[in-house]
Design a protein around this ligand. Sequence first.
Ligand code: ZN
Length: 111
Amino acid sequence: MRRFRYRCTVCRTTSPVTLGAADLAAETEAHRHTIHGGHIPDDEMTGEIDRLGRWYTALTPLTALHARIADELSDLHDTKTIGHYWWATAGATLLIGAGAALALLLVGSAL
Ligand SMILES: [Zn+2]
């Protein structure tokens, strides 16, 4: 499940979490028309967030990968909650670590 938010830097407000790009577009348009008369605020932000509310574009690639895996693992248990379950965080760390170890093994065996 993908989560999105809209942030208006003029009003300094952030929308509630939306669960699809269409809902995000509706939220964005509603804010623009209601508050700004249809104008587009400078430096507004829209984008996907993880279950902790962090913008994916603001995360480093490794952190984004960890967040994506932890999001998906947490969504397996419950899609309505926010945050990561401890076991999802541990599972994501374990998967990334195992992937790195496997890559090292393959490179080491090839040399
Ligand atoms: Zn605004």
